[in-house]
Write a protein that binds this ligand. Structure first.
Ligand SMILES: [Zn+2]
Length: 803
């Protein structure tokens, strides 16, 4: 009896695939339709390839292999998102330069990735930390600069005064430095931005044209945050300056009894009265230590301080005391809000400081109205207007329209669409990133580094420990290089780019096939974009997936690519848990793929992952569960290579065609778990009734996407020519999937109008459906209302209709 040896067999096929360059794709081949099957590229960390990577990559490859057998030219590239904080932190700790540790980790990962047995075209791999790649990251920056989408302005960063360095948000949790526990302050710093806000509406509109999970689209919509509202002008008593406030709730304007400004608002100094100066100053200092995130947390207690100044409510004409509070953030809207009884934060603050409140919206519920009127609770929803003069009795919705119009006519307001989306801050005060290709003249004006000097190399003569400036500020070589090219007194930009820039266009660089002189061949881009299916984690719903869309749109506007959306279809794989718990290093419950792969082989590991649950839901790992798949593979192998007669030809053929039908439909929908279950059922059936050699070869093709090494081996042993992946996907015959057929008479209002041949075991619902599709029956049903349907299995379908 033939015994399957997974580990040896997999090595044999992996070596052969590599030797034959089997998965190298000719991107100019137009003989077949293209299919760009992409997974999110990994960060080459020292922790090696984990189960989450496997769960993303292996099923994605099964889908790609299926598409290949369906006749597509399937491109599956793999590369590395290699810049980033972990390598830099490792360098600070151990002194190992990031390029060294990155190269080592990348090599380990490539070895592991090859053991999955995927169709990766390694001839087109890339690594974002290599000069050949980041030359294009810098080129992209220059394109943005040239088209006025890159600009520099001040923005605050988390600053540790002790370490003399900028900290990422995750390094400054609880407001203290993760390295030395010193209190972190917010420090303004001039930084580079990309104007993604110019694309806010297009980023929203584009969502309608792509096949993405609804939840992800909704997250992007919220991130972009379009709102329709009005800009209202408030006069300040005794000053000629005014406060312009954006609001989506102008319907509550008559209840506005005070105003709140952000501590950083530029008018605070000017309007604060001498008596209040000291208190306001102290408050502002305290607020500067908090991050925007902490400040906008709804759960923290609202604090504030009175400036001594008053504004005038443009609707009611009443005086409104002007307060400063940290829950208002300067970079959002105009940094000031009017405050009233119908906003929870305003309500809470007014209660705390005894600021008068009044209501202008009445809820439907009388009991609630009683409480609202007595200012016992805040009513923040839409209602019916009261205390609002000529607008009383209107609904909130109507009043928003009318009040805006009324104030517009007096020049005190105007309609405005606003987005929550902020420009993309891409300066990082880090070493391990792509240097921003900008130099400054002796007067401090920025100039782009001309393209001929790209890649603008990351210097190597710098320590990774920060010393008051970004690490690149320590490099003598970078400074000399700048002066040598541009002249005395010129200085280099010393910040590097956010790594999300590197990953915003990598799908285009795979298509460049290593071309050092061109970004991407326009003909290849036209033919291969957009990516047909992009598979990766749902944690990328915003940032990466918005930045990539923005960059693609911008490149299209620059005339450099022909498509607007990079990823036509997006799929998020689910999460693999361990006995119901999320896997994490700290809990010590992670599963190391290597251990299982070296014992059971990668096909079994891959199939077990896919069998655990629906791909988009994930599944729960169980050390013992994998043995079930291993046994199935052994039995399958032994059965296919065993001799034996077919005992029941009809039943055997039916099992084959039923399996083909089910497995095709399931893989198409990425329902790998049910496809594998169908295989198990199939095997049980054919072990009873037998299987012909011809059908064995059919079934080997069918299992190939799910267990590529096993299928190649069986195909060869059975005498198949070449690779099983050059074979066509088997097409089933519907008539062979059903057991027996019967003829049903079809009556309409008691008269036989036709006959249909259906499977004997047809469901009642399908019987009605097929009967109604008979052309003559259809004619008699047309336009009528079906009052009653009767099905007598094996005999009759009857419709009673009112014409
Ligand atoms: Zn520190």
């Amino acid at each position: 009896m033939a015994q399957y040896k997974p580990v040896e067999t997999e090595k044999k096929w992996q070596d052969r695939w590599e030797k034959d360059d089997r998965y190298r794709i000719d991107l100019t081949d137009e003989s077949k339709p293209k299919y760009y099957n992409l997974v999110m590229f990994p960060y080459p960390s020292g922790d090696r390839l984990h189960i989450g990577h496997w769960y993303n990559f292996a099923p994605a490859d099964s889908f790609g292999r299926y598409m290949r057998m369906k006749g597509y030219n399937v491109f599956e590239p793999m590369g590395f998102d290699a810049f980033g904080l972990p390598a830099e932190n490792h360098a600070i700790k151990t002194g190992t330069p990031p390029p060294e540790s990155t190269a080592k980790n990348t090599k380990t990962m490539v070895d592991q990735l090859k053991k999955i047995g995927t169709m990766y075209d390694w001839s087109k791999t890339l690594n974002t930390s290599e000069p050949e790649y980041y030359k294009w990251t810098q080129w992209l920056f220059l394109q943005m600069f040239k088209h006025k989408l890159a600009y520099k302005k001040e923005a605050t960063v988390n600053w540790c005064p002790n370490c003399q360095t900028v900290l990422a948000n995750e390094q400054a949790q609880d407001g203290t430095c993760e390295r030395c526990a010193t209190e972190v302050i917010q420090k303004p710093l001039a930084q580079w931005f990309w104007k993604i806000t110019d694309y806010a509406q297009r980023l929203l509109d584009g969502l309608e044209k792509i096949d993405w999970p609804e939840k992800t689209k909704l997250m992007q919509k919220n991130w972009i945050g379009r709102s329709e509202g009005a800009e209202v002008v408030f006069k300040i008593e005794g000053h000629k300056e005014v406060l312009t406030v954006y609001t989506t709730r102008i319907d509550t304007l008559f209840s506005g009894t005070f105003m709140v400004m952000a501590p950083e608002h530029e008018l605070v100094d000017q309007i604060t009265t001498p008596e209040q100066k000291k208190e306001v100053e102290a408050y502002r200092k305290k607020a500067s230590r908090l991050t925007d995130l902490e400040r906008s947390d709804l759960n923290t207690e609202k604090t504030g301080v009175f400036t001594g100044a008053y504004a005038i409510n443009p609707a009611s004409g009443e005086r409104m005391p002007l307060w400063v509070s940290d829950f208002v953030i300067a970079s959002y809207g105009s940094g000031a809000v009017f405050a009233d009884a119908h906003d929870e934060r305003d309500f809470e603050m007014a209660k705390k400081y005894g600021i008068p409140l009044k209501v202008s919206l009445r809820p439907k519920d009388d009991e609630l109205w009683e409480q609202v009127q007595n200012l016992e609770v805040c009513y923040p929803d839409d209602g019916i207007l009261v205390n609002s003069e000529q607008f009383d009795g209107m609904s909130s919705q109507e009043a928003r329209e009318k009040i805006t119009q009324w104030l517009s006519d007096q020049g005190k307001a105007k309609k405005k669409i606003q987005y929550r989306l902020r420009d993309w801050l891409l300066s990082r005060q880090r070493y391990w990133g792509a240097p921003i290709p900008i130099v400054y003249d002796p007067d401090g004006n920025p100039h782009p580094v001309p393209e001929e000097h790209l890649p603008w190399l990351l210097p190597t003569d710098t320590e990774f420990k920060p010393k008051g400036t970004s690490p690149l500020g320590q490099s003598a070589e970078l400074k000399e290089r700048t002066e040598k090219i541009f002249g005395k007194g010129w200085t280099p930009e010393i910040d590097t780019m956010d790594t999300f820039v590197c990953s915003s266009f990598y799908y285009l660089r795979y298509l460049a096939d290593g071309d050092a002189d061109g970004f991407v061949d326009p003909a290849v881009e036209k033919a291969w974009m957009p990516v047909d299916t992009y598979i990766g984690g749902p944690e990328h719903a915003c940032m990466h997936l918005i930045y990539a869309r923005f960059v693609m749109m911008a490149l299209k506007d620059f005339g450099l690519v022909s498509h607007e959306e990079p990823f036509q279809r997006l799929v998020h794989q689910g999460l693999v848990t361990n006995q119901g718990a999320k896997m994490s290093k700290s809990k010590g419950n992670t599963v190391s793929p290597d251990e299982f792969v070296s014992f059971y082989g990668s096909d079994v590991f891959r199939m077990y992952l896919m069998f655990m649950g629906p791909f988009t839901d994930g599944g729960d790992w169980n050390d013992k569960g994998i043995t079930g798949i291993s046994r199935f593979v052994d039995r399958f192998y032994t059965f296919i290579l065993s001799d034996g007669d077919v005992q029941d030809e009809a039943a055997s053929l039916r099992a084959v065609h039923q399996a083909m039908k089910k497995v095709s439909a399931d893989i198409e929908k990425m329902h790998f778990n049910t496809a594998i279950a169908a295989f198990m059922e199939f095997l049980n059936e054919v072990m009873k009734v037998g299987l012909s050699k011809e059908n064995k070869m059919m079934v080997v093709r069918l299992i190939a996407p799910l267990a590529p090494h096993l299928a190649e081996e069986l195909w060869e042993v059975l005498g198949g020519k070449g690779s099983v992946f050059d074979e066509q996907w088997p097409e089933y015959d519907e008539s062979l999937t059903v057991s027996d057929t019967v003829t049903l008479a079809v009556q309409v209002n008691g008269k036989v109008r036709g006959e249909v041949e259906v499977p004997a075991d047809i469901s009642e619902e399908d019987a009605f459906k097929l009967a109604a599709e008979n052309p003559n029956v259809e004619k008699h049903l047309k336009g009528g209302e079906v009052l009653k349907k009767i099905y007598i299995p094996g005999k009759l379908v009857s419709f009673v209709v009112r014409p």
